[in-house]
Design a protein around this ligand. Sequence first.
Ligand SMILES: [Fe+2]
Length: 397
Amino acid sequence: MALNLAELGMLNPAADVAVEAGAHVSTRFRRSARILVVDDELHVRTMIGAALERQGYDVQLAGSGHEAMEALERNVFDLVLTDIVMQDGNGITLLERMRIQQPNLPVVMVTAIHDISVAIDSMRRGAYDYLLKPFEREHLVSTVERALTHRQALQESQNYQQNLEQVVRARTEMLRQAMEDLEHSYDVTLEALGDALDLKDSETEGHSKRVTAYTIALARAMGISPTEIKVIARGAFLHDIGKMAIPDQILRKAGKLTAEEQQVMREHCTRGYHMLRKIPFLSGAAEIVFAHQEHYGGSGYPNGLRGAEIPIGARIFAVADALDAITSDRPYRAARSFDAARKEILRCSGTQFDPGVVEVFLKIPNELWHELRSEIMGQDKRFSTFDLVHVATPPTL
Ligand SMILES: [Fe+2]
């Protein structure tokens, strides 16, 4: 025998509590199913209503399609039984309106035997089933139960779909968080590399962070994408990492380097490139490290690349690097002003620097470089491309 929805609900009130506690408990135990019975003949609707109430269903009666639509606006129903031929219009019109407003609400058409073709047509229009008058009470009850089971299956399917969407959203967020954590770990690793270089080449202390912030600001002003900026930022931060492989007597030599020593010093680009290129998250940065001493006009090293042969990140870095070098103290000269740096960079536009980068650089006011410089010098927190991307926000040009 089929489950009696209402009796189960009434006989087991604790089931409601169980439903609240567990998402997978069937919704059929929540409450008596509510059924709307629509028929313009009072005795027919009363008889159907009474039969269903005896089964424990919560029944509401409507004497016309109009009354039915009003009832549907005020209450939630699990099922509608409607006569097909009524005085104020037919049940098919009512069916179509309900299908538009509540597509998941099952509708059972009730009709006399001579309307069978209309009843079948109503199935095509979305009715769940039909009952031919006169019908046995058992037939009514079994049809109603099937329709409600169908309704419940639809709801469970929708709930499942919604849960699935929530699960996918939650998992996506977890993945994003994991990627962010991983990226943070990368940055911590980068800082360790930067610290190691600072220990070896104390003259550059702070230079890597400043030049990274300047590079990010310039890259943003040039409209480079945030993803690409992260790669460029890492390349800028690690640009001199190859100096780890340069002997101390050359790296720390106070006087002028001999031609031979200069040759060794120049190897730092290639050394840095080979150090980084095999590390997947630094392979893009390795290209910038490799090309960071190239000059736009072709007079740089190690490969004498010119123009667009030089990665854009390296062309941007070159301007940022010069800006920091000119405005920082060196053992052999004092720091010069940002205005002096502007003049010098403009003078070398087209020879050492990409004129396109210089043009954007010249539009950025000195205040930004001052701000970035003091912010970087003042911070003792760990290196993070996220932090730097946040810090290095140029004004709208
Ligand atoms: Fe360098």
